[in-house]
Ligand binder design. Structure first.
Ligand SMILES: Cc1cc2nc3c(=O)[nH]c(=O)nc-3n(C[C@H](O)[C@H](O)[C@H](O)COP(=O)(O)OP(=O)(O)OC[C@H]3O[C@@H](n4cnc5c(N)ncnc54)[C@H](O)[C@@H]3O)c2cc1C
Length: 473
């Protein structure tokens, strides 16, 4: 039976969805065709690797996490295992800016709290009153019930210093968000589970550290580092997906402008015509998806439109190592909002992965903007570069000019999971469920990281195939 599924949006979610449909077609539905339409002239969304003067530069994401299986799993199916490269975990140090200097995050400190006591207690990152307040987490009674902001949770359990010095900049580095508004349950549910299960974050983390080190002693099997990338950069993944999808499957420059019901399926209109589809997977940003389903379900469209997005900027600067006084060791640093800088974070790309810069050089990726400083995006590229250069100059002791610098802007690119987000997602899902043969996926709903996006795209694809053929995919 010949059927066609249209995937809208060619970011990693859409590419993963289209690929899953291709796989299922090959396994059991030879008449199933997939078409992916992408508004811009390239796929991948923020995923983009370029080469310049011997440097390999990631303009957007530079790695993905391996503790969630969907990224590695897709790489395996695409025959990319041999292309994966790991971070050098011996250099796995991250710093926090404090005044004009960088202080190392104590070993075993994971996002919000320590999993080992000695490095935490001896660290200069926190004051003694700050440390004592954090340790009160061991005795503060647990609170059960509804959602809570990341900031509210950290202040309640670990105190203000823990929030300002670590939690805020760490979460700022991932969501470029405002910790006062971000939902703990939607962004870092593991900490809520620790509170629920152990009555204390620190007690839970100490226990889990002990268990993990015992398990590691027993099982010496090969494992990937926590983050991986590809020898030739992150675009390896999106390029391979386009290749396996085959000629004619991906149509660039094709912007979806509306979806209507048509017979038992849908008609997707674009600037250049209409595509009939038995099923549709929409993977565009939530505010676009809302507009596309406006005619089909205005209420769900409005819910999608209510999800806010942060805009950010990445400034990439290449330097001679001899022009930098401070050793470029570790993976980079994050900057607390209380330090009042333009910089949110800076990643030492060439330390994280091999092959990113020629011998004797380094490439720094500095992040700015986000929900706490959106005005940065109003500045010119030159003004942004100057500010970042000056701040990096002070922190790292840079004496020379960069070989080159480039600025990449990411307007409305990171969805914000505010308090109540999971409830919002549940309502959106129940609205979408009424539209047979149509699914939505993407970073706004089930996680912003690349593995989460892959998982969301693949599951949405399976559900649409199931609806189209009336059986489980
Ligand atoms: C600067 C930056 C750095 C990041 N770093 C990391 C990292 O290191 N690791 C990690 O795991 N994650 C990282 N992320 C997050 C991750 O990259 C994103 O969450 C993920 O790529 C989003 O994929 P997506 O397919 O859901 O959305 P997108 O990539 O935004 O894809 C949506 C696509 O839809 C297209 N589109 C929009 N409107 C239409 C329309 N009307 N018709 C057709 N097509 C349309 C867009 O052009 C776009 O290609 C980073 C994000 C950013 C912005």
């Amino acid at each position: 039976m010949s059927k066609r599924i249209v995937v809208i949006g060619g970011g990693i979610t859409g590419l993963a969805a289209a690929n899953r449909i291709r796989e299922i077609a090959g396994e059991k539905h030879p008449g199933l065709e997939v078409l992916l339409i992408e508004a811009s002239e390239r796929v991948g969304g923020p995923i983009s690797t370029i080469r310049r003067d011997g440097f390999l530069i990631e303009e957007g994401p530079d790695a993905f996490i391996t503790t969630k299986p969907w990224g590695l799993n897709l790489c395996h199916r695409l025959g990319l295992d041999g292309e994966l490269i790991e971070t050098n975990d011996k250099k796995r140090k991250t710093y926090i800016l404090r005044g004009d200097g960088l202080v190392e995050i104590p070993e075993g400190f994971v996002m919000l709290a320590p999993s080992r006591l000695t490095p935490f207690l001896t660290s200069p990152l926190f004051s003694w009153p700050g440390k004592l307040r954090m340790l009160m987490d061991l005795v503060i009674p647990r609170k059960r019930g509804g959602d809570e902001s990341v900031a509210g949770f950290v202040r309640r359990r670990l105190g203000r210093e823990a929030l300002e010095r670590v939690a805020q900049p760490m979460i700022g580095g991932i969501y470029t968000g405002d910790a006062e508004k971000l939902s703990l349950r939607a962004t870092m549910p593991q900490y809520l589970e620790l509170e629920e299960e152990h009555g204390s974050i620190i007690a839970g983390m100490l226990r889990s550290y002990r268990q993990k080190s015992q398990a590691r002693k027993k099982d010496s099997g090969a494992r990937y580092s926590m983050f991986v990338s590809f020898r030739s950069g992150m675009s390896t993944l999106t390029d391979r997906l386009v290749t396996v999808l085959g000629e004619g499957t991906v149509r660039l420059g094709e912007k979806a402008i509306g979806i209507t019901k048509s017979g038992s399926g849908y008609a997707v209109s674009t600037g250049s015509g209409t595509f009939d589809a038995d099923g549709v997977v929409i993977t565009t940003p939530a505010f676009v998806t809302g507009g596309l389903i406006e005619n089909l379900d205005p209420e769900t469209a409005a819910l999608l439109g209510s999800i806010e997005y942060a805009s950010s900027v990445v400034a990439i600067l290449a330097y001679k190592l001899s022009d930098i006084k401070r050793p470029i060791d570790g993976f980079g640093f994050v900057v607390p909002a209380i330090e009042k800088r333009t910089l949110i974070a800076c990643s030492f790309s060439s330390e994280k992965f091999p092959g990113r810069a020629p011998e004797g050089y380094t490439v720094l990726r500095a992040f700015a903007g986000g929900m706490l400083d959106p005005e940065v995006l109003d500045l010119s590229d030159e003004a942004i570069t100057e500010r970042i250069k000056s701040e990096l100059g002070h922190v790292l002791g840079i004496t020379g000019e960069p070989l080159f610098g480039l600025v990449k802007r990411y307007p409305n690119s990171l969805p914000q999971y505010y308090v109540g987000h999971l409830e919002l997602v549940r309502k959106i899902a129940s609205g979408i469920k009424k539209l047979k043969g149509l699914e939505i996926a993407g970073s706004a709903l089930g996680g912003v990281g690349i593995p989460d996006c892959i998982n969301a795209g693949e599951r949405a694809a399976e559900k649409v195939v199931e609806a189209v053929y009336g059986q489980r995919a």
